[in-house]
Design a protein around this ligand. Structure first.
Ligand code: NAG
Ligand code: NAG
Length: 149
């Protein structure tokens, strides 16, 4: 049905704007973008809705190119171009959702919950989720359009 709406170029732009677009911001690993799952994302909104006083869940399937012995999550909200850190209960993913070391080219799935505090403002922003390896290099970097409400 969706593709029918995209017959004209004009409609195609609207069509693109109507689905959540997760952007790659420069990771080394092969990320299976199609199978990234995030709470509150739907085809009906241009952003994912993170409800305050809830925990937003995210899972990212990927395969590192080299061995991974440590993988730390760094999560920022980008508001007017300025990154503001979102504290995570546990940054290190090894020993949590991932069993390390991860051999090169192994398919694994990272998952984590992001507590959305009731005091957060009700705004639309980009959430930048980075997974940094033992050498300080990004394996994964994604930008998620999010509305806090
Ligand atoms: C947040 O949730 C807790 C329990 O789930 C509830 O007791 C509390 O009143 C909620 N706070 C707000 C600000 O909604
Ligand atoms: C790993 O994931 C990729 C991308 O999703 C897939 O094409 C491939 O078949 C998977 N490999 C294994 C061994 O499961």
């Amino acid at each position: 049905m969706k593709s029918l709406v995209c017959i004209t170029i004009f409609a195609a732009i609207l069509c693109f704007a109507s689905a959540v677009r997760i952007k790659n911001c420069g990771g080394k690993a092969d990320v299976d973008y199609k199978n990234i799952k995030i709470t509150g994302c739907s085809r009906d909104n241009p952003y994912c809705i993170f409800k305050k006083n809830h925990t937003a869940q995210l899972s990212i399937p990927f395969a590192p190119k080299g061995e991974v012995t440590s993988l730390k999550a760094k999560v920022d909200g980008i508001i007017a171009g300025i990154p503001i850190p979102f504290p995570l209960p546990k940054a290190e993913a090894c020993g949590e959702s991932l069993t390390c070391p991860i051999a090169p080219h192994t398919n694994v799935t990272y998952f984590e919950g992001l507590p959305v505090e009731p005091v957060y403002p009700s705004i639309t922003l980009k959430v930048k989720w980075e997974l940094v390896n033992q050498n300080g290099i990004n394996e994964v970097c994604i930008l998620i359009p999010v509305r806090l409400q």
